[in-house]
Design a protein. Structure first.
Length: 427
């Protein structure tokens, strides 16, 4: 029985293994099919993108071909080809009618005119001397004029044409012979002028670069080092210059410096203050705040106010004791008894203040008769005087002016009164 059970178990295990292998093969097949479908989808997307890119390129080429410059250049070349096709057969028939051996002569004449015209274009592109270009133009005119005379003669002697028609045909063949080189020369002049304009822009750009490097030599050195340190082509000149300017000045905008930013801030503030109307409440608040900041009584430590001398007011005389000398009498030596000494002149500042000499003791009558008040008395007076004042008006300067006291006492009174009001509000 054990052998049969083992056999059955083995068969069951073999069947499970076979089923697992089959499932793995199916999964592999499904995954491979999914990859193939994804690859096909990716190929279709890529082909679609390629077709779209080609379509865009063709549209861009068509748009570029319709620009005025392209139309002018291609139209000129088309007219030149038409002129050559109209003038060359008449010359060939003329010379072949004289002798078949003269067939290469019209080809040489037309070829000379167009080759020399191409030489003029090459001389303009290489910026050769003016005499070389004008010599080539003279050769073009000579060869084209000779071909035009031949075509005129051939046109006037055409058979089966009346005199007027023959003359018209001759002039037409001569004009179309000269028309091609003339159009080509005008096209070359236009291209040369456009190149000169581009050269002017290039010269202006070079002049600007030299001026910028001269004015900002330190920034130029930093930019050169950045360019030499970066991989080739990874950093442009303008990017290196912007980074160098930020490194040197700290400003992100080229041309701006901290000094210019400070000036711009001050100018903007001054402009805003000037454009504000006079009756704006902000102006009144700023004026009140300025006066309050200037008040000596509101400062933590009193600062003596500057004394402004008044020349128009003379000092009042100080009363002294009657029939009393201000200074003790001392014997004065005679001038004759003093030894002769050279007078030494010392420079004295013109506006230096000189201390006043003591004139004597101030009598009691000249002193103020107002008694000195204690802090409690001042506090009682302040409570009475400021009973109806609002909190905004309760300042040390206002108390000082109202009670005629010192700035220090005014600050103490202000703090005491504010504390009392705060206590009353809390209660």
């Amino acid at each position: 029985m054990s052998t049969v059970a083992e056999y059955r178990e083995q068969r069951r295990m073999d069947a499970a293994a076979a089923e697992e292998r089959r499932a793995m093969r199916e999964r592999s097949g499904d995954e491979r099919a999914a990859r193939l479908r994804e690859q096909a989808r990716a190929d279709q997307e890529r082909d679609r993108e390629v077709r779209l890119h080609r379509r865009q390129e063709r549209a861009a080429r068509r748009a570029a071909s319709l620009t005025p410059g392209q139309v002018y250049r291609r139209g000129t070349l088309a007219l030149v080809v038409a002129s050559g096709l109209a003038s060359l057969p008449a010359q060939v028939l003329h010379f072949v009618g004289i002798s078949p051996m003269l067939l290469p002569l019209p080809l040489a004449l037309e070829g000379t005119a167009w080759v020399v015209a191409a030489g003029v274009a090459y001389a303009d592109s290489r910026h050769l001397a003016a005499r070389v270009r004008w010599l080539l133009r003279a050769l073009v005119v000579a060869s084209a004029g000779f071909a035009a005379s031949i075509n005129y003669t051939y046109g006037t002697h055409l058979p089966n044409l009346s005199g007027t028609d023959a003359t018209t045909a001759g002039w037409g063949l001569a004009a179309v012979t000269l028309f091609g080189p003339l159009l080509f020369e005008i096209r070359q002049w236009v291209c040369t002028l456009a190149a000169v304009a581009d050269d002017d822009d290039r010269r202006e750009r070079g002049r600007h670069t030299r001026t910028r490097r001269w004015h900002h030599r330190r920034v130029a050195r930093i930019a050169d080092r950045l360019l030499s340190a970066a991989p080739f082509g990874s950093l442009t000149t303008e990017q290196a210059w912007a980074r160098a300017w930020q490194i040197h000045t700290g400003a992100t905008a080229p041309g701006m410096t901290p000094d210019l930013y400070r000036k711009a801030t001050r100018s903007a503030a001054a402009l805003a203050q000037a454009q504000r109307p006079v009756d704006d409440p902000k102006n009144a608040e700023e004026s009140t705040e300025t006066k309050r900041n200037r008040s000596m009584a509101d400062l933590p430590v009193s600062i003596p106010a500057p004394i402004t001398p008044n020349v128009t007011e003379l000092p009042r005389p100080v009363a002294v004791g009657f029939l009393k000398s201000a200074l003790p009498a001392k014997p004065v030596k005679s001038i004759e008894s003093l030894p002769a000494r050279p007078i030494e002149l010392r420079p004295v500042p013109a506006e230096s203040p000189r201390p006043r000499s003591v004139t004597g003791r101030v009598p009691e009558a000249a002193k103020s008769s107002r008694p000195k008040r204690t802090f409690d008395e001042l506090l009682a007076e302040a409570r009475t005087a400021t009973a109806g004042w609002p909190d905004a008006k309760l300042t040390a300067e206002g108390i000082r002016r109202e009670l005629r006291t010192s700035p220090a006492n005014a600050r103490k009174l202000r703090d005491t009164l504010r504390a009392e009001r705060a206590t009353a509000v809390t209660a």
